[in-house]
Design a protein around this ligand. Structure first.
Ligand code: IMP
Length: 198
């Protein structure tokens, strides 16, 4: 692993996910050169052992800052269901177990919520930015409801059961373009971008 990695106007997104990288590049525009973990030769899984979204986002960003001495940011997302006291929350990825699929998680959520009338939920994304050694946090949130039977085939994760307020389609029915214009992640990215453009 290189011991330093510094460029002007360059920022590292602590993710291996190509889809997230493209989304972030589209929002950030040309002012910043955005690199992800593959781009800087970091193939290892960065630990995510905190029990909050900001904790995990900070842990990932700090790892990159410590190992690559670069400006960087990291995100963490969770689905918080009101009637489940905020679960699955920070554990959204592994809600149904260590090696579960997105479908396993959806099945578990629908089973746990069977018969519940309060179906309010929200997605939250927290982005931790480390810029010139200083830490900044940005949150994006979208409110909605968990429907009883899944609908739609696009997107990923809990998209087939999450219907954002003000729409009559789930995230999985509306397609990437609309989803990415209103999503929790897009809102957090937008705040990050406004900060970086200052
Ligand atoms: P991550 O922090 O982006 O890896 O997200 C953690 C988990 O939250 C994912 O594994 C998904 O289960 C869920 N998740 C994150 N973003 C979305 C989304 O936009 N739609 C549906 N599920 C999501």
């Amino acid at each position: 692993m290189p011991s330093f990695y510094v460029y002007n106007m360059e920022i590292i997104f602590a993710t291996h996910n190509q889809h997230k990288t493209q989304e972030a590049r589209a929002i950030l525009g040309d002012d910043w050169t955005l690199k992800n973990l593959h781009d800087i030769g970091c193939e290892e899984e960065i630990p995510e052992t905190a029990d909050t979204l900001p904790g995990n986002a900070l842990q990932k960003a700090q790892y990159v800052a410590d190992h690559f001495h670069a400006n960087c940011f990291a995100d963490d997302t969770g689905l918080e269901v009101e009637a489940l006291d905020g679960r699955p929350g920070v554990y959204s990825a592994r809600y149904a177990g260590e090696h579960c699929t997105y479908q396993d998680n959806v099945n578990k959520l629908l089973a746990e919520m069977q018969g519940m009338t309060n179906r309010k939920a929200c997605f939250k994304t927290v982005i931790a930015l480390i810029l010139d050694g200083e830490t900044h946090l940005f949150e994006g949130r979208v409110d909605g409801t968990i429907i009883e039977t899944q609908r739609g085939a696009s997107g990923f994760g809990y998209d087939p059961v999450f219907m954002p307020d003000g729409y009559d389609q789930t995230f999985a029915e509306m397609g990437d373009e609309l989803k990415n214009s209103i999503s929790h992640r897009a809102r957090a990215m937008q705040k990050l971008m406004e900060f970086l453009k200052k």
